[in-house]
Design a protein around this ligand. Structure first.
Ligand code: GLU
Length: 421
């Protein structure tokens, strides 16, 4: 599965290379990650036993700046998954013109099985294990699937202890009290909402109150449901790892979110009809919004999708095989490296804030995020129209042009990126 993920990423890269004017150097450099670290993290469990967990940190490319990308805690985390996600981050930061490269990390663990104290020991152990390859000018982690502000707080504190100095810019998505920035926890959904608004006329023209189905009801999915609901959309289905909740007239999102917050699941929700977990992907809807994990829409279920457009809020939710089938069916895809780039964009603001020793206001964060999202979305939509290419290819071409300009500007020597200490 995860090897397929890497192959998929390479196929899309090849597609984009054909559409972009690329130097051979860029293609060759993007074939492999700069560094790839696998660590083993011993954790003392509450019952006194010792358990070891596998952790990873991959810096895919740092030509445009320090690597940037999240850390996920999930049982599916593997070297191949983290490498693919780091590859995608390289394009995401380039799409948004952030002064970063791409990285990613994770620990293979089911965090729901750990107590808070065990999770803290794991986060601290992971930080100590990767401390040599992260840093404000080297590689800057952030939250991702099943990691949050609290995990970032533990990691930042552990790193400061190791370095024996405050280094708030070593990672982003921290709690406000430790140098975090207002608006970071809603940044992914805020960014996605700007992309949706900007493209609504192009992909859903003439529909007054579009319908949406959202797969994944975590941080990004739940907040986006509220934003769409407030903007007059009808969110008719939402799904999590347990069930789908459906109501063709539109769900009461406040009730659904309250239920999810209180019980941790969408199961037994007081509103809507309960359907099986994957039903959320195949309801008839204007916009399908996968906001969970990679590979949700694949060759076996792509023909069942009954949406006009897919906004990829998760990283890599549509496989390369499914791309072709959806294209044949006339379903437009708004790619992840644009749609979910709000998170890393506000991470950049946080990194700037920390390096300036400053405090940004929520108003500044929101205004600058909107500016960045609108600028890059408009550019990519125009490029897609002018060149008659899919939005995904346009986003990759746009990113590759920035990446190749940086790679070519580094000259022809064979040294590659920043060397690890
Ligand atoms: N995990 C988020 C992503 O996949 C944010 C990364 C970051 O802020 O560095 O884009």
């Amino acid at each position: 599965m995860t090897d397929d993920l890497l192959e998929d990423a390479e196929r899309r890269f090849e597609d984009a290379c054909r559409a972009a004017h690329l130097s051979e150097d860029t293609k060759e450099r993007m074939r492999r990650p700069e560094t790839s670290l696998k660590v083993s993290i011993p954790v003392r469990m509450d019952d006194g036993t010792l358990q070891t967990f596998a952790g990873y940190r991959v810096r895919y490319d740092s030509t445009r700046g320090p690597a940037k990308g999240g850390v996920r805690f999930h049982p599916s985390v593997s070297a191949a998954e983290v490498t693919t996600l780091a590859f995608w981050m390289t394009f995401k930061t380039a799409v948004m013109d952030l002064p970063f490269g791409g990285g990613k990390g994770g620990v293979a663990v089911d965090p729901k099985q750990l107590s808070a104290a065990e999770l803290e020991r794991l986060a601290r152990g992971y930080t100590a294990a990767i401390a040599d390859v992260i840093g404000p000018d080297l590689d800057v982690p952030a939250p991702d699937v099943a990691t949050n502000e609290m995990v970032m707080g533990w990691m930042a504190h552990e790193y400061a202890k190791i370095e024996r100095s405050h280094q708030p810019a070593v990672l982003t998505g921290k709690p406000l009290a430790l140098g975090g920035i207002p608006g970071r926890s809603t940044a992914t959904s805020d960014g996605a909402f700007h992309v949706i608004k900007q493209l609504q006329e192009r992909v859903l023209s003439g529909i007054d109150s579009p319908t949406a189905a959202i797969q994944g009801f975590g941080n990004a999915g739940a907040q986006l449901a509220t934003l769409l609901d407030d903007a007059g959309w009808r969110v008719i289905a939402v799904g999590d790892s347990a069930v789908t909740i459906h109501d063709a007239d539109g769900l009461d999102i406040d009730v659904v979110r309250k239920h999810k917050d209180e019980t941790g699941s969408l199961a037994d929700c007081p509103v809507g009809e309960e359907l099986d977990r994957d039903a959320v992907l195949t309801v008839e809807v204007d916009a399908l919004i996968p906001a969970a994990l990679e590979g949700a829409i694949h060759a076996d279920n792509a023909r069942d999708i009954r949406a006009r457009v897919i906004f990829e809020v998760a990283n890599g939710p549509v496989t390369a095989d499914a791309d072709g089938l959806l294209d044949e069916a006339g379903i437009e895809i708004v790619p992840d490296i644009l749609t979910n780039a709000g998170g890393v964009t506000v991470s950049w603001f946080e990194w700037c804030q920390n390096r300036q020793g400053d405090r940004w206001t929520l108003e500044t964060v929101k205004r600058r995020l909107e500016e960045r999202m609108v600028t890059e979305t408009t550019f990519i939509a125009d490029l897609a129209s002018d060149r008659e290419i899919p939005l995904r290819t346009a986003a990759y071409v746009h990113a590759l042009e920035r990446l190749t300009a940086a790679i070519d500007a580094t000259g022809t020597s064979d040294t590659f990126g920043v060397q690890v200490r």
